[in-house]
Design a binder for this molecule. Structure first.
Ligand SMILES: N[C@@H](CCC(=O)N[C@@H](CS)C(=O)NCC(=O)O)C(=O)O
Length: 325
């Protein structure tokens, strides 16, 4: 089976080490959405054909694969053996329509990667969206599973769970399930809102983010140029609006606070799921993966206790199951 890291193209240009060590380098990503009224995401701008008042544009942004103290990250992967799906129930054909850096798309990818479910990726152009013209639902992620269309990251993961982990899905609801649900909700309702204000915090961080977006999204040459400069400028201002909307006074402090809140939730456990990640671990990891090696993600790891859990998650999730085009 042909596999590649989630950000194979970027990785190839940056990673020169032995394949084993590649697992410990992370690729960055991110996405943004341009609707400041109903939900904040990562990128909001009047760039392109949409109006700045009502239009929504969600673009991939990301980061760079960075070698992070290789020795400190050489956690033995065998220590975190995965719950692989049985071959007889595993889906045969999975296609993810995504923006490379979209936090919601990355949540789904963390799930697919963790369960070793091979998937193809179709990178959507956020301006034309021509790759999803066939769909009435106009956001990403969209996941096609053996011909069935699934939408909305949390719903996709729930539906994958009931299809492919039927025992867990039908078992009696336990306290652990409640805890997992509570923290999955926290990711969607709180954690994602910390991201845009941080990655577009100032001109240099906004440019760092959009440099990746421009180079890794699905854009024409003209769009690339526009996205990088106009996008960075626009999101710098939008992120100030988002701060107000979510009552954030100090965006970094809010990000650090969220990271500490998550570590407190772990309560000394390796993962929220105990000795193995559960869906909440995968959701937090998926959403943070795009920013981990941007300035904001580096600061977060430097100034909070989240780094050890994050490294365990990198090891537990392991190599991406994405199928090379
Ligand atoms: N609740 C949805 C949110 C998905 C979403 O907002 N996706 C953004 C990309 S980050 C999007 O597609 N926005 C519409 C657009 O780009 O026009 C989920 O969890 O999947």
């Amino acid at each position: 089976m042909r596999r590649a890291s989630a950000l194979a193209a970027l990785s190839r240009s940056l990673i020169t080490s032995h394949p084993q060590q590649q697992k410990h380098y992370i690729n960055l990503i991110q996405t943004t959405s341009v609707n400041t009224s109903s939900y904040s995401r990562w990128f909001s701008t009047s760039v392109g054909s949409k109006s700045s008042t009502g239009g929504k544009i969600c673009l991939s942004l990301g980061g760079v694969a960075v070698a992070v103290g290789a020795t400190s990250l050489l956690v033995k992967e065998e220590a975190y053996a995965k719950d692989a799906l049985r071959a007889d129930v595993a889906p045969k054909d999975v296609v993810l329509y995504q923006y490379e850096a979209c936090p919601f798309c990355n949540k789904v990818k963390a799930y697919l990667d963790y369960y070793d479910i091979p998937y193809k990726v179709v990178e959507v152009n956020p301006f034309s969206k021509k790759e999803i013209k066939w769909s009435e639902y106009k956001k990403v992620p969209i996941l096609m599973v053996d011909g069935e269309t699934l939408v909305d990251s949390s719903a996709i993961i729930d539906q994958m769970g009931s299809k492919f982990h039927p025992v867990k899905a039908s078992s009696v609801v336990s306290n652990d399930d409640d805890e997992e649900k509570k923290w999955r909700r926290w990711v969607d309702d709180h954690l994602v809102h910390m991201l845009s204000p941080n990655i577009y915090r100032n001109a240099s961080e906004a440019l760092e983010s959009f440099d990746y977006i421009a180079n890794n999204g699905n854009f024409s040459s003209y769009e690339k140029y526009t996205v990088k400069y106009a996008g960075a400028a626009a999101m710098y201002f939008v992120s100030k609006k988002l701060k107000k909307k979510y009552n954030i006074t100090d965006e970094r402090a809010a990000l650090y606070d969220a990271a500490e809140t998550w570590v407190d939730a772990l309560d000394g456990r390796e993962f929220l799921g105990g000795s193995k990640p559960n869906l909440a671990d995968l959701a937090v990891f998926g959403v943070l993966r795009p920013i981990r090696y941007l300035r904001s993600g580096k600061d977060m790891v430097e100034h909070t206790r989240i780094g050890e859990w994050y490294s365990r998650m990198e090891s537990a999730v392991g190599e991406s199951s994405r199928i090379k085009a």
